[in-house]
Design a protein around this ligand. Structure first.
Ligand code: GLC
Length: 480
């Protein structure tokens, strides 16, 4: 089976969030499980931000031109082979030689170009995948094009398609007026992509793909509920029959507490207390916090957006700091939140730090050093940080939604690996943190049992990869 993943991010080359992590790990697991008859490729834009160390490894394998409407566009194709997967990078400096991955006024056009270039490259190279698996709105058009403009093409029309929703909040919505000019779609195709008076690319891919998946079972159910669906629950109801929830894993070799020559002091499950204490000391020193093994360290590694429940943390922050704790937050996001956390960290200079950047190494040091990890997301399709925290023996405190509910078992239940609060309420979060701190202080046996169970929980990609392979086999079988 030949599988092509289409995505706007893939770690370690270009990543701004969980999608990048998934594209950096799932394809290799699929290849490992599928064996020698499985050929796996990932295709993404060649962004300016891709580091030189990777550029040096790239080989230019092709170039071609195509029309996106009236635009005549160049496309270079570069390749890196890693973990038995082919990563292909599509080069067009006009669209991708920019400082950030997203956030430009012409993102619609940029990702229309990307999605169209993917389909044109398949056609031009004659290398036809059995499965094209696209992710989020930025690559939605690759499926929409296959099922509309190219549906009469005998080779391309055989390709089966899967679309994964990593977060329904971001839909790719545009004015219907630009349907032909920017997206190069005939007005007769408007019904596929139109929703609520606008072009909605995510809806278009849900409507046209052979199967839809999302990144946890619980989120697949939640999407039928208007509270979680950002307006799309009628569409999810309509296409629910082809929708499946498959929970993500994490890359266990990248996130490995016992990895030598990594940025942390390695430790194993059997020496977790000593290991975490040594890491905590190193982090406290490097951040200029008072060095104290016994003071609980509570951390967050997150995008600073409302969806991540930042407002809850801000609401109770002063009460939280009344506890004898240290607090560290790492991440970037909305300017407002960045400013408030800087002020709060300055006010509590002896116990709090706000580090406003994206830093993979520092994030590992924080996971390895902390006692509790807060993830009070309002909604969370899957969430990776709670799994990474567990892997490093840090207990997550999560709001019981989406993938957080599927992956974290609350204290008190069998195989518990963290703490869960039910309602999106700041004081429920605070109460749950206080409860966790009380267990840490007064009940060392339960605490160390929780830490061991957290580290033991199986968050490997194996189960997820198998379910994806099953899904591919089903849609290939169905259509033959
Ligand atoms: C998005 C979601 C997150 C998920 C990730 C990978 O970033 O918000 O919950 O873990 O995609 O699927």
């Amino acid at each position: 089976m030949k599988i092509l993943y289409v995505a706007s991010e893939a770690a370690p080359y270009a990543a701004s969030g969980g999608l990048g992590d998934v594209m950096g790990a799932l394809p290799a697991s699929i290849k490992k499980l599928g064996g020698k008859d499985t050929v796996v490729s990932v295709i993404l834009p060649l962004y300016r931000s891709i580091a030189d160390e990777y550029r040096k490894k790239m080989k230019k394998i092709d170039e071609f031109h195509f029309y996106l409407g009236w635009r005549h566009a160049y496309c270079g194709v570069f390749e890196i082979k890693a973990k038995n997967v082919r990563y292909l990078f599509l080069d067009n400096e006009y669209y991708f030689y920019r400082d950030q991955l997203y956030g430009d006024f012409d993102d619609g056009e940029r990702f229309a170009y990307f999605s169209r270039a993917v389909v044109e490259y398949i056609r031009y190279s004659g290398d036809i995948p059995d499965i094209l698996h696209a992710n989020d709105w930025q690559s939605a058009l690759s499926i929409i094009y296959l099922k509309t403009k190219y549906r009469e093409d005998s080779a391309l029309s055989r390709i089966k398609t899967v679309f994964t929703i990593h977060n329904i909040e971001y839909q790719g919505k545009y004015d219907v007026q630009i349907l032909s000019d920017v997206f190069d779609l005939d007005p007769s195709y408007l019904p596929y992509v139109e929703y609520d008076g606008a072009i909605n690319l995510l809806k278009g891919a849900v409507a046209t793909s052979d199967a839809v998946s999302t990144v946890s079972e619980n989120y697949a159910k939640e999407l039928h509920n208007p509270y979680f669906s950002f307006g799309l629950s009628p569409i999810i109801d309509m296409f629910g029959h082809k929708m499946k929830g498959i929970v993500n894993g994490i890359d266990l070799s990248y996130f490995n507490p016992n990895k030598k020559n990594d940025c942390i002091i390695p430790f194993t499950q059997t020496r977790v207390r000593e290991g975490k204490a040594a890491n905590k000391k190193a982090l406290q020193e490097s951040l200029g916090l008072p060095v104290d093994e016994n003071i609980p360290l509570i951390s967050m590694v997150t995008r600073l957006t409302a969806g991540k429940g930042i407002d809850l943390v801000l609401h109770i922050f002063e009460e939280l700091m009344e506890e004898n704790i240290q607090f560290v937050i790492l991440g970037t996001g909305e300017e407002n939140y960045e400013r408030i956390f800087s002020l709060l960290a300055a006010r509590h200079g002896d116990r709090a730090r706000a580090i406003l950047r994206f830093d993979r190494n520092l994030s590992k040091q924080i996971y390895a050093s902390s006692d509790l990890f807060l993830m009070p997301s309002k909604s969370e399709p899957c969430g990776l940080a709670q799994m990474i925290a567990c892997r490093y023996g840090t207990l997550p405190v999560v709001h019981g939604v989406g993938g957080l509910k599927d992956t974290i078992i609350p204290y008190g239940e069998k195989n518990a690996n963290g703490f869960v609060f039910e309602n999106f309420n700041a004081h429920e979060l605070l109460f749950t943190v206080k409860h966790a701190l009380a267990i840490k202080n007064d009940n060392a046996d339960d605490w160390s049992m929780l830490v061991k169970q957290a580290m033991k929980t199986d968050f490997s990609w194996d189960a997820s990869a198998q379910k994806n392979l099953d899904l591919y086999a089903t849609i290939i079988g169905e259509k033959q």
